[in-house]
Design a protein around this ligand. Structure first.
Ligand code: 6GU
Length: 234
């Protein structure tokens, strides 16, 4: 039995938003098996003043509140005094767009901390002095980084050895080889007159593999020509 344990700490103003994402199906099983520990922390619990303020007006004026440095730094200092973190990630729409390569890279780490952004952003000193990576999940704006963090963690956890039942299945994912996955079918062979591609029923594995490869390439060319370009650029 191999031993691979990962610890993920998520710092947020709304940890409730992520509870359900981590308490069902593959994410739940991974935690139950002890392959990953996911710890949700409410930044408000570390606020230093009696009103438990976590945001404040920004210097220089302008609309929108900014997440204060003190509660976040207090929580980060506490966690960092307990263990070493390989990466401290800030979820923010102005971060680097998340790709499978980054997910693969993070799945090899031991301790990862994730800060979820809110409001107009976070006091920039947090980004300057604590954060090692800034990640966005796409070119659109969400009301907070929580759902983005849930997306990132899901992508990481399913890659941990022992999480998926069929260990090879993550290797045939779309994007692992910069190609989209081929279409899949299951029983019945005919539904409302709609048939399954004959080759899949042929029992000829070589032909099936070849068909799947062609479908992958064709789908990628049509849906994601940027991925083909990326391959040619090596
Ligand atoms: Cl990480 N945060 C927010 N607020 N919006 C986003 C995002 C992150 N990624 C894409 N949109």
């Amino acid at each position: 039995m191999y031993f691979c344990e990962m610890r993920i700490d998520i710092l947020s103003l709304l940890p409730e938003l992520m509870h359900s994402a981590f308490s069902a199906s593959i994410m739940k099983r991974a935690q139950d098996k002890g392959l990953v520990e996911i710890h949700l922390h409410n930044i408000r619990d570390y606020s230093d003043n009696k009103h438990k303020n976590v945001d404040d007006y920004q210097y220089g004026g302008g609309a929108g509140m900014v997440m204060r440095i003190e509660p976040i730094a207090t929580l980060m200092d506490k966690l960092m005094s307990e263990r070493n973190y390989d990466e401290i990630i800030f979820m923010t729409p102005d971060g680097a767009i998340l790709e499978q390569g980054t997910v693969n890279y993070l799945s090899l780490k031991g301790n990862v901390m994730i800060l979820c952004g809110h409001y107009k952003g976070v006091d920039n000193r947090i980004r300057e002095h604590y954060i090692t990576k800034e990640i966005s999940i796409g070119s659109y704006v969400l009301s907070g980084g929580e759902l983005a963090a849930a997306v990132l963690v899901d992508g990481i956890v399913r890659l941990l050895p022992g999480v998926l039942n069929d260990e090879t299945s993550a290797l045939t994912d779309s994007f692992q080889d910069d190609l989209l996955a081929p279409p899949v079918y299951t029983r019945p062979p005919v539904y409302k007159g709609w048939t399954v591609p004959e080759v899949l029923l042929s029992g000829n594995q070589q032909k099936i593999d070849q068909w799947r490869e062609e479908q992958s390439l064709e789908r990628t060319k049509i849906r994601r020509p940027d991925l083909i370009k990326k391959q040619n650029e090596g």
